[in-house]
Design a protein around this ligand. Sequence first.
Ligand code: ZN
Length: 156
Amino acid sequence: MKLRAARAIEKGEEITCDYLGELLNTTEQRQQSLAPYGFSCSCKACLNQGVTDARRKKYLTWQLGKRLSKSRRGADLEYAVHLLREMTEDGLQVSPCYHSLLLEITRGYMALGDEENALRFGQRLHAVKVATGKGKAFKQYTSVEAMKKNEYWKSK
Ligand SMILES: [Zn+2]
């Protein structure tokens, strides 16, 4: 068995795993899905239901339709960065929703021609993809020169 971390792990921090692939469901839905396995989850998210359920609802809303607008600029990009910060706090770096949000943000900064932020988020994107074993396809996001050759660079 090989384990790869999508983020830094604190010394002594408990490492948990996702049994269900339903990270964005509500706490109640997750607990119901776990019932047949004979245990209830006591991870940080499940213990903080009031906050995490509301946040997960926002992530799903974004995932299901509130993609960044065509221009991927201004308030949309700012909101996307805000969502990413919350998802990071919630430890959702393994969620496909986190990966697609990170890709949208990186492309948003690429569209603006913002080298510093495109590289900053592009490197994070590459790091989480490395953790899933798909780093090679995202290597281009670790270099400004490579990103400048991408169709998203300074696109309208
Ligand atoms: Zn849990």
